[in-house]
Design a protein around this ligand. Structure first.
Ligand code: 13P
Length: 265
C-alpha cells in the first residue's frame, strides 16, 4: 500500500531521446506535434539531436504553453574555448535545462569513462543544468555477475563532485545496454529486475549521502519502454520516470506512453 502511494502520487519524468535522428526540419516538425501533447503529472523532456538543439531550445522558450523541456544529449565539460567541433556546457545554458551524461552509447562508442561523467555532472550543475546521469551494465558485465558492482561504481563516480545541497538537481537513469531496443539480441529487462537494480542505485546514493539524500534523486528506467510495458514498469519497478528511445521518435507511440503514465495517478 505504501509503495502504491509512493509511485502513484509522484510527479514523473518522461524523456524522449531522439538520439542521432532527424534533420533540423524534421525535428522542428516533430517538436510542433509533440508540443500539442497534454500532461498534468509528467514533465516531458526532449533530448534533442545536437544539430537541432539551438532551434528546439528557442522553440521551447517561445512556443506558448509549451509542455516540453529540452535536454542536450551530450556536451563538453569545459564551458567554452579551444575544443574544435565540441559544444561547451556554457554554450547551452539558455537552451537546455537538462543534459544527458554518460549514455551507454557514449560510453560504448565514444569511450566516455566514469571520470568524464563526473566532470560533466559537476559542469552541468555549475551552470544550473540538471544532469541526467545514465548508468547500466552491458550484457557481458551482467553475464559475468558484475551488474551490481558496475552500477554502484558508475553511480558513485558520477556523483563524486556533487555537493549534498545540489543532489536534488541530479537525475539518474538506469538503462542496461542489453535492454535497449537497438541492442544486438536485445532482451526486455523484467520489471522486477528493473526494480531490483533501481534499488541498487538508490542504495548506493544512500551509502554516499544518507537516506534523506537518496530520496532527493529521481531515478528513471530506460530500455525498450513502450506503451505496452510502461504501466508494468511504473507499477513494478517504482521508477520515477522513463528514458525512451525508439518509441519516442513518433508522436503517436510517445503519446500512448505519456497517456498511460498520466493514468497512473
Ligand atoms: P530504446 O527505448 O529504443 O530501447 O532506447 C532507450 C534509450 O537508449 C534511451 O536513452
Amino acid at each position: 500500500m505504501f509503495l502504491y502511494a509512493y509511485v502513484y502520487n509522484r510527479f514523473m519524468l518522461l524523456v524522449a531521446n531522439w538520439k542521432m535522428n532527424f534533420t533540423v526540419t524534421e525535428a522542428v516538425r516533430n517538436f510542433k506535434k509533440f508540443s500539442k501533447l497534454e500532461s498534468k503529472n509528467t514533465e516531458v523532456i526532449i533530448a534533442a539531436p545536437q544539430v537541432s538543439l539551438a532551434t528546439l531550445g528557442e522553440l521551447a522558450k517561445t512556443t506558448e504553453n509549451c509542455p516540453l523541456k529540452i535536454a542536450a544529449q551530450n556536451f563538453d565539460f569545459h564551458p567554452n574555448g579551444a575544443r574544435t567541433g565540441e559544444t561547451g556546457i556554457a554554450q547551452i545554458i539558455d537552451l537546455a535545462p537538462y543534459a544527458l551524461v554518460g549514455h551507454s552509447e557514449r560510453r560504448m562508442y565514444y569511450h566516455e569513462h566514469d571520470k568524464d561523467c563526473a566532470q560533466k555532472v559537476a559542469a552541468a550543475l555549475s551552470v544550473k543544468i540538471r544532469p541526467i546521469l545514465c548508468v547500466g551494465e552491458t550484457a557481458l558485465e551482467r553475464e559475468r555477475g558484475h551488474a551490481e558492482l558496475v552500477v554502484r561504481t558508475q553511480v558513485a563516480a558520477g556523483l563524486a563532485g556533487v555537493p549534498s545541497n545540489r543532489l536534488g538537481e541530479v537525475i539518474i537513469a538506469y538503462e542496461p545496454s542489453w535492454a535497449l531496443s537497438t541492442a544486438t539480441n536485445a532482451k526486455l529487462c523484467d520489471p522486477r529486475e528493473a526494480k531490483r537494480m533501481l534499488g541498487i542505485v538508490r542504495d548506493e546514493i544512500k551509502a554516499l549521502f544518507g537516506a534523506v539524500g537518496a530520496r532527493k534523486v529521481a531515478v528513471l528506467y530506460g530500455g525498450s519502454v513502450d506503451s505496452d510495458n510502461v504501466t508494468s514498469y511504473a507499477r513494478t519497478s517504482e521508477a520515477e520516470g522513463f528514458l525512451v528511445g525508439g518509441a519516442s521518435l513518433n508522436v503517436y507511440s510517445f503519446r500512448d506512453i505519456l497517456d498511460k503514465m498520466e493514468l497512473l495517478k
